[in-house]
Design a protein around this ligand. Structure first.
Ligand code: IVH
Length: 663
């Protein structure tokens, strides 16, 4: 461990924790983060005199809003794991010989929480933590729309009752929350568990989410006495009175994947039902002897790594994608997977030619699990020390980054042309890559896009076909793209800002910055302090963003000047309501749009209507909830429509909406 620097490790972990809670850039995988924390812990045990206060183990690092720690007199136990079906039979025998029956429950894949009720009122919600000490997240959690966690319970008056269970997103909660998150300009969460973890640690979420709580245990009362709707056994679906536990486990292995099963699960919990049996068998310091968990094996495939392709994202992060022979896993063919970062690649020990096991994480995302064999002839793979443009890399975090703008320019230009930004129809990643590559690239920054000539585009080389003939963009496409670039010059300022692709900005910040600063010149003249929310700047901008935004606009000065010369709109946001600029008829309203626009709004894309809503003071949201103020829908009977009418949310047609906003 000679190369281990304690202080660097703390810095790295803090950066990763911040990025994690922010939910945007992934700096480190969970496994790497845990490994780093373990090294810090080991170091502190070995060198108690050097310990620095960093808060990493109490999870309040990174400015996470938390109300401190909570200690559990009755610890929140874990479950011992059994790995094969024979172990289940052994467990079943043990319970039967003690005169008990077995319940078979889904093992839910979320986060364990304790909900404390005093005299029937919910007073505190906290994480399991290490079982004896958890984190108080009451303030955050109670702000959320949670099914299954009543504010009051009718039983347990006068007493303290600690209800224990899993806080998670059902598949429909996940879809709802992720849609809103993406609509607000943030990257999607990969799976319901990440989404839950990322959600409960945020003090103020700028988009709507839904979470659920499912109870499986209680202290101070028997869980079934509490008559909670969400008690895991209330359905009795997986409870068994005979020792057909194995059959039940196998059957649930299939059922859990059925669309009807609402919650993500990672296994099954088997428990003794009777209290006297539980008492007789007792518990160890970490797990009950009257229960076990069985984890379902993920379906895997075997393939051979053919290539590892390095890429650069629009913010400079280096990615490593394994290309392997296509293989069918759990109903779909997969052939690529991210290898995350260099330390992960070293840990896996993959090379070109390695025979590997591949699987789908959370049943969805392709991953390389392990190397089965490195046959003779495998070529070792060492991640490049330099970026594709030859620049040295910033290796201070687990994910390496190129600081050379030349590396990210392809991804950046592709993003600038995308629907979220300048919306240049016909523009593609392949075209963006071709424009930025070669000895003398046609495009070196966003400004260059607006001075492209017809001949240059028509002759743009798009590589060679499989047969070896050269491909060019051609006159027809060139003409179309040029016309669309010309039209993009009239895009509103918020889209031009978005197109700059400044780190930690996206569609939402494009709009917020445009609404606040009004002109590109004002943005260029702004100091770092002017961006701060605390100084009256737009919402959601603290230190890091203020610095990135300030640097981002300054760095883009040359590109902006080229755009100005080419006639790109850098000015005032077009007034939303003619003759009444600045009117905010939708102030404070949460508006959902569904179906195509008609009447005077016909032809506006969803994104454009959302922009309009936000310029008029409203908040655009992707799906309907209790908090929705208005649904604008051109269709009746859709799921959004039904939902809105069930919840009593006001529904208007696009025509009525146009009238409301004076269009
Ligand atoms: S029972 C004494 N039941 O699994 C009670 N746990 O490995 C101990 N979990 O921390 C827990 N579904 O986060 C229990 N039906 C279920 C569960 C469940 C998910 C989680 C829970 C716990 C972990 C134990």
């Amino acid at each position: 461990m000679a190369d281990f620097s304690y202080t660097d490790a703390i810095d790295q972990a803090k950066t990763a924790a911040l990025a994690y809670y922010d939910g945007s850039d992934e700096v480190m995988t969970d496994a790497d983060y845990d490994a780093l924390l373990n090294r810090i812990r080991e170091y502190e045990t070995a060198n108690p005199d050097e310990v620095i206060e960093h808060g990493l183990f109490t999870a309040v690092a990174a400015g996470v809003s938390a109300g401190g720690t909570v200690t559990y007199d009755v610890p929140m136990l874990s479950l011992d794991k059994v790995t094969d079906l024979a172990d289940i039979e052994t467990f079943a025998d043990r319970i039967e010989s003690a005169g008990g029956t077995i319940s078979v429950e889904p093992k839910l894949d979320g986060m364990a929480f304790n909900a404390r009720y005093e005299a029937g009122t919910l007073v505190q919600v906290s994480t399991r933590g290490d079982g004896t000490t958890g984190e108080d997240l009451t303030d955050n959690v109670l702000k959320l729309d949670i099914a299954g966690l009543p504010k009051r319970i009718s039983k347990g008056h006068g007493d303290t009752v600690n209800v224990r269970g899993e806080l998670l997103m059902s598949f429909s909660d996940f879809e709802f929350s992720n849609t809103n998150r993406v609509a607000s300009g943030r990257p999607a969460f990969a799976n319901p568990r990440n989404a839950t973890a990322g959600t409960v640690r945020k003090a103020d979420l700028p988009y709507d989410v839904k979470v659920s709580f499912v109870t499986y245990d209680a202290v101070g009362a028997e869980p079934w006495e509490l008559e909670l709707d969400s008690f895991v056994l209330s359905s009795n679906l997986y409870s068994t009175t005979e020792t057909d536990a194995v059959a039940k486990v196998l059957a649930f292995g299939q059922d859990r994947k059925a669309p009807e099963f609402p919650y993500p699960t990672d296994g099954i919990a088997l428990k003794a039902v009777e209290k006297h049996v539980r008492d007789e068998l007792g518990t160890t310091s970490r797990a009950p002897r009257w229960a076990v968990a069985y984890k379902y094996e993920a379906e895997t495939g075997v393939s051979v790594i053919r290539d590892i392709v390095e890429g650069v994202g629009r913010t400079g992060n280096i990615s490593y994608t394994a290309h392997y022979d296509p293989v069918l896993v759990d109903g779909s063919t997969i052939s690529r997977a991210t290898l995350h970062n260099p330390s992960k690649i070293a840990e896996l020990g993959v090379g070109i030619g390695s025979v590997v096991e591949v699987y789908k994480a959370n049943d969805i995302i392709p991953r390389v699990g392990r190397v089965i064999e490195n046959p003779e002839g495998v070529t070792d793979y060492t991640p490049s020390d330099v970026s594709p443009s030859g620049a040295p890399l910033d290796k201070s975090a687990a994910i390496w980054r190129s600081l050379d703008p030349a590396d990210s320019i392809g991804a950046l230009i592709a993003y600038a042309g995308s629907r979220d930004a300048l919306d240049i129809d016909g523009f593609s990643t392949a075209i963006a890559d071709a424009l930025v590559s070669g000895e003398r690239p046609l495009v070196n920054d966003l400004g260059d896009l607006f001075t492209l000539q017809f001949q240059q585009l028509a002759n743009l080389s798009l590589g060679t076909t499989e047969k070896g003939t050269k491909r060019f963009l051609g006159a027809k496409t060139a003409e179309k793209i040029l016309a669309n670039i010309e039209a993009a010059k009239q895009q509103p300022l918020n889209r031009v800002i978005t197109a700059l692709g400044i780190r930690k900005s996206g569609r939402t910040f494009g709009r917020r910055l445009a609404n606040h600063f009004h002109t590109m010149d004002a943005l260029l003249a702004a100091t770092e302090d002017d961006f701060f929310t605390a100084n009256g700047g737009p919402e959601g901008i603290a230190e890091e963003r203020a610095r990135l935004f300030y640097e981002g606009f300054q760095r883009n000065r040359p590109a902006i000047e080229k755009m100005r010369a080419a006639g790109v709109n850098l000015g005032e946001e077009p007034a939303a309501v003619e003759g009444d600029a600045g009117a905010r008829p939708l102030e404070g309203m949460k508006v959902v749009v569904s179906g195509a626009m008609t009447g005077s709004l016909a032809g506006l894309s969803r994104n454009e209507v959302q922009e309009l809503i936000e310029t008029l003071g409203g908040k655009a949201s992707g799906s309907v909830s209790k908090a929705t103020s208005l649904l604008v829908s051109s269709e009746v009977g859709t799921s959004k429509y039904t939902k809105a009418s069930d919840l009593g949310v006001r529904i208007v047609t696009p025509e009525e909406f146009a009238e409301m906003i004076g269009r």
